[in-house]
Ligand binder design. Structure first.
Ligand SMILES: NC(=O)c1ccc[n+]([C@@H]2O[C@H](COP(=O)([O-])OP(=O)(O)OC[C@H]3O[C@@H](n4cnc5c(N)ncnc54)[C@H](O)[C@@H]3O)[C@@H](O)[C@H]2O)c1
Length: 392
């Protein structure tokens, strides 16, 4: 019911939410709101603003905003590499040393203008410099607006896995303007929405009913429909965060599909996005749930229906990925929780399995292997049927 009603939508209008975390940040949401952003920033005292973005985002939206900010405040423009490439120790060191060389002080503010990767590297740098300076996020991707900024987790990747090095650092505020999403590539938009679908699977089946109505496989939306979608995905995540503001307890359920997903993303080295990897990860996690007698075939089918038919994430499973490679990558990535393989599993749609007070469930490696073998075999079969259909 709470997701079926549309929110009031008015270009230029800004509403204020909160990240609901242990150290909460104001979260401003609207469409076409950059004038109000400048006014909000004026409320803070700072000596310099370091404006971080990617070159192509500056030409799309950042130039006008940067020039406006530069007229009012002492500003410095800084670039980071596009996408996941910027989440490395090398880039982190460059960013931090460069800020020191340019006399960033404890009174400076860093501004992250871009997707989740820009937010993560800038947030981590802000958390490290002088043991923590202020930063602001302007997320420009679906993932940024509905997922990564609703977390104080800032991280870079390590040699053996995603987000191995990081800390918790909260922005002074987040400014999400859904107008920026207009130019986001469809695959990146899908990557953000997939985390919204995940929120439904782990905590609220009624949210999936809304998404089933709202989504289309081309991920094309009017400005208003996109605003509604973003607003509702944000609320679906806030409902989960309210139960675990520290992000260290119940919030672990947000990792549904991520044990497989992170391994797939890591092995594909940039050829698959985070979201697409997680989309495979959730389908495999559903199959694992069924193998363990938790989920029905109908629940598993709902995963495929929402991810493939409604969201349009239906690319073939990467040819080079094998059960052995995925197992090795999951074991290597799992150092933080020990050598066992542990997964978030569903006991039904909208409810995570929590057998002994722990949502991370250890599963026998032989069972995981079997599920992966079957999943990969079915994916290969599907690809060859599609290919022969095309030839015929
Ligand atoms: N801290 C957390 O809890 C958390 C949660 C979710 C994701 N993340 C992290 O976020 C990252 C993924 O974020 P992402 O999907 O935004 O990736 P991203 O930052 O790589 O952006 C995706 C692509 O979209 C482009 N892009 C962004 N905004 C655009 C726009 N308005 N118009 C045109 N192109 C645009 C970017 O240049 C990039 O090529 C991952 O590194 C993931 O680990 C962190």
């Amino acid at each position: 019911m709470k997701y079926s009603q549309p929110f009031q939508w008015e270009p230029g209008k800004v509403i204020q939410l909160s990240t609901e975390l242990e150290k909460p940040s104001p979260f401003y949401l609207g469409y076409d709101t950059h004038k109000s952003f400048v006014k909000t920033l004026e409320e803070y005292a700072f000596d310099r603003l370091f404006f971080f973005t990617e070159p192509h985002l500056l030409s799309l939206y950042g130039q006008e905003l940067y020039e406006e900010l530069n007229e009012k405040f002492p500003c410095q423009l800084e670039f980071v590499p596009n996408g996941e490439k910027c989440k490395s120790f090398g880039i982190l060191e460059e960013v931090c040393e460069n800020l020191i060389a340019k006399n960033a002080s404890k009174k400076s503010i860093l501004l992250a203008f871009g997707g989740g990767t820009v937010g993560n590297i800038v947030g981590l740098a802000a958390g490290l410099i002088y043991r923590g300076i202020r930063f602001v996020e302007i997320p420009t991707s679906m993932t940024g607006q509905t997922d990564s900024t609703l977390s104080n987790k800032q991280a870079v990747n390590g040699a053996t896995g995603k987000n191995h090095f990081g800390l918790y650092h909260s922005p002074i505020f987040i400014w999400a303007d859904t107008k920026y999403l207009q130019t986001e590539p469809p695959s990146s938009r899908r990557s953000g929405i997939i985390e919204g679908i995940k929120n439904g699977f782990i905590s609220d089946a009624t949210f999936l009913d809304y998404l089933e109505e709202a989504l289309n496989p081309q991920v094309k939306f009017s400005d208003e429909a996109l605003y509604q979608l973003v607003h509702k995905i944000i609320l679906s995540k806030l409902e989960i965060l309210k139960k675990d503001p520290s992000e260290k307890g119940y919030g672990i359920v947000l990792e549904y599909g991520h044990t497989f997903g992170h391994a797939i993303e890591w092995l594909e080295k940039g050829k698959l996005s985070h979201g697409e990897s997680v989309s495979f990860g959730m389908k495999i996690a559903a199959e694992l749930g069924k193998e363990l007698g938790l989920l029905s075939q109908e629940d598993v089918d709902r995963h495929y229906y929402l991810i493939e038919d409604k969201l349009g994430f239906n690319n073939p499973f990467p040819e080079d990925l094998t059960t052995q490679k995925i197992m090795n990558a999951m074991i290597a990535d799992n150092k933080k929780t020990g050598r066992e393989l542990r997964f978030i599993l569903l006991e039904r749609i909208g409810q995570c399995y929590n057998p002994e007070g722990d949502f991370l469930v250890t599963v026998d490696q032989q069972v995981v292997r079997k599920v992966l073998d079957n999943f990969i075999a079915r994916q290969r079969q599907k690809t060859s049927v599609n290919l022969s259909d095309r030839v015929a």
